[in-house]
Design a protein around this ligand. Structure first.
Ligand SMILES: C[S@@+](CC[C@H](N)C(=O)[O-])C[C@H]1O[C@@H](n2cnc3c(N)ncnc32)[C@H](O)[C@@H]1O
Ligand code: SF4
Length: 417
């Protein structure tokens, strides 16, 4: 599995050097004034744990959650006070876990962030279907949230049972969404479940858009090695057919493809926390990306709180990129959004794209994966499938390995990917 990603990485970085993470870290973060920054906040509490879920989370407990949010606010000030004045940040996303379990504290977190950042493009939060009621939605809206993403997974009992997710009534969700309006209402689904057909997914997509969503995310089930997932993987051929059918259906309905997995019924709807050139992540397991480094906070809630209590950043590991590693990281996430603007790449790296990857981009065009227009490159249907296929390797070679290590040890000595 990792052979494919290793060879690709070696070829594209012109080096055999892996991504090396060490436990040393910068006390003052390398904030770069000229670049666009996103913000991410991780809240790791859930009422119950789903077998398939790889994210950093623990069972909700009031006292631990309170201590955690206090530490989180302290981390925001520890970082934010490293510079004078407020900096521009594009977006803020809350992920988890189930962040809305602490809906009453979201205002405090946003206020702390606003002391240090001017957030220009909106605030998003992930919700469990259980959280979608008028009271929680109103609390979030008055805190400044404009985008929500609801983890539906499937509208059908049959597949909810496969994923061991509780039943909910879409009419209640739809009613609450009608009463409290958000700029983006996204609904998350998981596909490639055993026996799942295009008809099942078409039904999910139609129900989402008919019940308040203006954006959907359809992720293939990924079988992370460290989860208790027992759901078998769908054969590759069937999965490809499903992905193509879903994509063609969404395009035929006039939905805009926002990324490999996401479609919107309105151009203005968007929900993506990963496609930023740089970002600050706060909370346990949160990552931060800068011009020349990537850092990961500890995955342990307890150790996270202890570090913050001692006024030390909770960084567990840092990878200091060599330039070409940073370039492939950049290109991977730009292509995830299915578009790459050449001028943006050249401004970010101060070098012509053609000079670095001219041959590779020509080859991708010849193979029919990308098309070229005035601004840059656009992913074709074929390109999107192969990206999806490659992303599966990427997830299992890098994310699975990284999260597997981080879950076992709060502060590993090092990590090589
Ligand atoms: C943090 S959860 C969403 C919020 C909330 N905790 C919930 O479960 O509804 C983020 C999303 O990741 C997706 N997800 C989780 N585990 C996955 C897996 N193994 N494969 C594919 N998608 C997964 C699910 O669609 C889920 O809604
Ligand atoms: S899928 Fe959502 S509710 Fe389930 S364990 Fe993961 S974060 Fe928690």
């Amino acid at each position: 599995m990792s052979l494919i990603t290793d060879l690709t990485r070696m070829y594209l970085t012109h080096s055999t050097k892996p991504f090396i993470f060490t436990n040393d870290f910068d006390k003052v973060l390398p904030y770069d004034n000229g670049s666009e920054f996103g913000l991410y906040v991780h809240i790791p509490f859930c009422k119950s744990i789903c077998n398939f879920c790889p994210y950093c989370k623990v069972i909700y407990d009031e006292e631990t959650a309170k201590g955690y949010i206090d530490a989180l606010i302290k981390e925001i000030h520890l970082v934010g006070r490293q510079w004078n004045g407020r900096r521009r940040a594009t977006s803020l996303y809350f992920g988890g876990g189930t962040p809305a379990l602490l809906a009453d504290r979201i205002t405090d977190i946003i206020s702390a962030l606003r002391e240090h950042f001017i957030i220009t493009d909106g605030i998003g939060i992930e919700l469990h279907p259980d959280n979608v009621n008028v009271s929680v939605l109103k609390t979030l809206k008055s805190a400044g949230v404009d985008k929500i993403s609801i983890g539906i997974q499937s509208f059908q009992d049959k597949y909810r049972r496969v994923l061991q997710r509780r039943k909910f009534d879409i009419k209640d969700i739809s009613k609450a969404l009608n009463e409290v309006h958000f700029e983006t209402v996204s609904m998350d689904f998981i596909f490639a479940l055993p026996t799942q057909t295009f008809g099942d997914l078409k039904n999910d997509i139609d129900m989402a858009f008919a019940n308040g969503a203006n954006h959907i995310a359809i992720y293939p089930l990924i079988d992370f090695t460290f989860t208790k997932n027992k759901v078998p993987a769908m054969p590759k051929k069937e999965k490809r057919k499903l992905l193509d059918d879903i994509t063609n259906y969404c395009i035929s309905k006039g939905y805009v493809r926002k990324s490999i997995w996401t479609f919107a019924s309105e151009e203005s709807a968007s929900y993506s926390s990963m496609t930023r050139d740089n970002f600050f992540g706060f909370g346990c397991s949160a990552t931060s990306l800068f011009k020349d480094q990537f850092k990961i906070n500890t995955f342990s809630v307890l150790e996270y709180c202890k570090r913050i209590d001692a006024n030390i950043l909770p960084t567990a590991l840092t990878n200091r990129f060599v330039k070409r590693q940073r370039m492939i990281y950049y290109l991977f996430w730009k292509l995830y959004s299915t578009r790459l603007k050449v001028k943006e790449f050249e401004e970010f790296f101060d070098i012509p794209l053609n000079k670095i990857y001219g041959l590779e981009f020509r080859l991708l065009q010849v193979l029919g994966f990308l098309t070229r227009d005035e601004e840059g490159y656009k992913m074709t249907l074929k390109g999107a499938f192969y990206y999806h296929y490659y992303e599966n390797f990427y997830t299992l070679s890098y994310i699975d390995k990284m999260w597997g290590i981080m879950r076992k040890e709060a502060f590993p000595k090092d990590m090589r990917l």
